[in-house]
Ligand binder design. Structure first.
Ligand code: SF4
Ligand code: SF4
Length: 276
């Protein structure tokens, strides 16, 4: 992204937040057959190695994409969501995901090569996901302060309804809005938030096999989430429904659903208790 703060929705930048934490979800980072941390790290590392040896001319950069596509499994949970082969690792120590074609990228000499991407350079430079537009600024700032690794950050970040519900339920328990300045140095609260974000990878209440850990967050309804049939299970819609849905919840019966809801409620109380 190349915009200044006044052009960023809500004034809180989420795409690159520190030397080691960034997102790459809209470049399709998690839209791979194996979205584990281990596999994504290896895949990004390999691309970055190859890109280092690639001359920055049109033919070589185009050939780079073809080589990567031939090397990697092209099966995707969301086949119509483009996964960009030019997403690699950036930073001095290659410790966060980022665009290898960006003008500030290593050896790119301020030349913007993103015109080679599937959606074109303008889209790459100006797109903001629904979370950027829709999540209240205080939640975005808190998220930035809490998150401790790029993998979970990008995986959880696009779940704006889930995050809004989570922070909103904490606020309801507290009886007031969360204040960034009051949590920015509260490591116990931050650990609690991270435990919640980690549910994206550890949530047990899912239909197996589960291949939708990443989120399809575009608003064209191409891949709607499976809804939970609460009526059939025997209850009304719980307040944490957006969280359950974003985690891909599937429960066989009411006992299992109660456990799932209790799990979420415990996490919300856990975070609120750190602020009492
Ligand atoms: S998904 Fe959102 S936060 Fe992540 S890089 Fe794209 S626009 Fe930025
Ligand atoms: S070229 Fe565009 S889509 Fe590809 S990694 Fe760069 S910013 Fe993302």
């Amino acid at each position: 992204m190349d915009l200044d703060e006044t052009q960023i929705p809500g004034g809180v930048y989420l795409c690159q937040i520190s030397d080691s934490i960034s997102c790459g979800a809209c470049c399709g980072l998690y839209n791979v057959a194996d979205p584990s941390h281990e596999n994504l790290s290896a895949l990004l590392e390999n691309r970055t190695d190859l890109f280092d040896q690639t001359p920055r001319d049109f033919d070589s950069l185009s050939a780079f994409a073809l080589t990567i596509e031939n090397q990697e499994n092209q099966e995707r949970p969301y086949p119509e969501f483009h996964h960009c082969p030019y997403l690699g690792l950036v930073g001095n120590n290659r410790n966060r995901p980022g665009c290898l074609l960006h003008p500030l990228g290593k050896n790119n000499k301020n030349t913007d090569h993103r015109g080679l991407s599937h959606w074109g350079g303008f889209a790459c430079a100006s797109y903001f996901c629904p979370t950027c537009h829709e999540l209240p600024a205080r939640y975005k700032k808190i998220l930035r302060a809490c998150v401790d690794n790029w993998y979970i950050f990008g995986l959880a970040l696009t779940e704006n309804r889930c995050l809004g519900t989570y922070f909103g339920m904490i606020e309801k328990l507290l009886g007031h809005e969360l204040v960034f300045e009051e949590v920015q140095n509260n490591t116990v609260f931050q650990e609690s938030v991270n435990r919640f974000l980690n549910l994206k990878t550890t949530w047990p209440y899912r239909k197996k096999p589960f291949n939708r850990m990443g989120n399809y967050f575009f608003k064209d309804d191409l891949y709607p989430r499976e809804t939970i049939d609460y009526e059939q299970l025997g209850c009304t819609i719980p307040p944490c429904d957006p969280i359950l849905q974003s985690l891909g919840t599937w429960c066989r019966d009411m006992t299992e659903l109660n456990h799932a809801i209790q799990n979420i409620d415990d996490m919300i109380h856990d975070a609120a208790n750190t602020l009492d």
